[in-house]
Design a protein around this ligand. Structure first.
Ligand code: HEM
Length: 445
């Protein structure tokens, strides 16, 4: 029998730790990781987590038997995505749902979205004299990027239809804004307060989004299958026990795809634009690479410097900063015996900041991805193992094509205060991280 090595103790001063983590979550995890690996972190209202931030720890996490790992419950994002969401389902149900959705998010299906992605970007950029991208306008990069990535995920889920963005834009934005950080981290706030509390505002926003989704479901049921988009696949689901998805379950899966599928890419695009416009030499090299390339989406997506810029952005600002699993049976992990029911995880941002893997880790330096081959567990913006992001192929393709289109079609100037000032911090927000302040550009050409 192996000698029992207890997991590191969770810090006692959870309020103080909570405040430190709330002020700078990434920095807090970094300081804890510097002392030991693995390290325990307590979250008020949620189970403590035993984290790793090393490549070896990531390997052990992602190679552990899938049957022993489930998403943690309760889960802070459950009100957003719903219990039937792929993000929260476990076991056979998770395996079945993933196998069902995967064909629409890989290979030829994603490549077929190349033109849709380029068109969606151009529809937003050339949105007319009153549009957010008009010449001379001050552009909020995250809002502008979200409008583009929402169009793309809507096309992947429901098929291409430029008019659909108008139905979803406002309701999705309201829904995301209504799920405030306090609601996410303090379940005690999730209750009615006479019609005026944050929970009521959130559930009303969720209801409005679901109504728009349900209208799309009803339309598809009337018209019959389209061409194998994600909605077709979900509507055709038949489980082994003969059941199909209820409308609530359909809404939860679709909400998950819409939200997970556009917040993450929008925040990455925002950071990429920010860094490129802080470094004119790098931007010019990328523009030269783009000007020498054709207009073929598949060719654009393979450009080495463009690829390196996207990777480096995901390294420095991973939109999903932690990846968690609850173990269903006792597991020896990182040299300690983890009890059934305990939660283990990877601090992705801290792994991406390890100086032993990434020299000068705070620098935005895309060439590091050109200079050497990165090991599979050194870089994990999409998580790993049996729950690795199902949208990773689409996200990678989309990031490259949207960035290529934006940089070719418009000239931007970064707000002077941002161009010269300190770099904004990456902070958790809804399903994805975001810069801690708005990143503004002016369109100059
Ligand atoms: C830059 C963009 C994106 C990043 C960085 C990202 C990151 C992640 C991460 C870290 C996870 C958790 C993986 C794990 O637990 O090991 C995840 C899961 C997931 N992502 Fe993404 N994602 C992105 C884009 C997308 C897109 C475009 C979609 C939709 C098509 C999507 C849908 C999902 C879903 C449904 C899951 C749950 C998968 C499962 O549990 O089986 N994501 N993503």
């Amino acid at each position: 029998m192996s000698s029992l090595s207890p997991a590191p103790a969770t810090p006692r001063w959870s309020l103080l730790h909570g405040l430190a983590a709330g002020r700078d979550f990434e920095g807090y995890l970094r300081r804890r990781a510097a002392r030991s690996d693995p390290f325990a972190v307590g979250f008020p209202g949620f189970p403590a987590v035993l984290f790793t931030a090393t490549a070896e720890g990531a390997r052990e996490l992602f190679r552990a038997p899938a049957a022993l790992l489930e998403p943690p419950r309760p889960n802070p994002i459950e009100p957003m995505v719903g219990a039937a969401s792929l993000i929260l389902s476990a076991g056979t149900r998770h395996r079945t749902d993933r196998a069902l959705l995967a064909p629409a998010l890989h290979g030829a299906r994603v490549r077929a979205l190349g033109t849709v992605i380029r068109d969606a970007t151009r529809e937003e950029i050339h949105g007319g004299a009153s549009g957010p991208w008009r010449l001379g306008a001050r552009i909020d990069a995250l809002a502008a990027a979200r409008a583009i990535t929402l169009r793309v995920i809507l096309a992947a889920v429901f098929g291409p239809d430029p008019d659909r963005a108008a139905d979803y834009g406002g309701v999705v934005t309201d829904f995301l804004a209504a799920f405030s950080t306090p609601l996410m981290v303090a379940p005690v706030l999730r209750r009615d307060m006479g019609g005026f509390g944050p929970w009521e505002r959130f559930t009303a926003a969720r209801q409005r989004l679901d109504e728009v989704i349900l209208a799309d479901i009803a339309r598809r049921r009337r018209t019959g299958p389209a061409d194998g988009d994600l909605l077709d696949l979900l509507l055709a689901t038949h489980y082994d026990d003969g059941t199909t998805l209820t409308d609530t379950e359909l809404c939860e899966q679709l909400r998950t795809l819409l939200v997970a599928g556009h917040e993450t890419t929008a925040t990455t695009l925002t950071w990429a634009l920010y860094h490129l416009h802080r470094e004119p030499g790098l931007l010019n090299r990328l523009l030269a690479e783009l000007s020498g390339a054709g207009d073929d989406p598949a060719e654009l997506a393979r450009l080495p410097l463009l690829d390196a810029v996207c990777q480096e952005t995901l390294r420095l600002h991973p939109p999903v900063p932690i990846v968690l699993r609850t173990v269903t049976e006792p597991l020896r992990w990182r040299g300690v015996d983890v009890a059934a029911g305990a939660t283990i995880g990877l601090a992705v941002g801290v792994l991406h900041g390890q100086a032993s893997i990434w020299p000068a880790p705070r620098l935005f330096h895309p060439d590091r991805f050109l200079d050497r081959k990165v090991g599979p567990f050194e870089f994990a913006p999409f998580g790993g193992g049996h729950r690795r992001c199902i949208g990773a192929t689409l996200a990678d393709y989309e990031l490259r094509l949207v960035l290529a289109t934006l940089l070719t079609d418009v000239r931007l100037a970064l707000d002077p205060a941002l161009a010269l000032g300190a770099r904004p911090r990456t902070v958790p927000r809804n399903l994805a991280t975001a810069p801690d302040r708005a990143i503004h550009f002016t369109r100059t050409g």
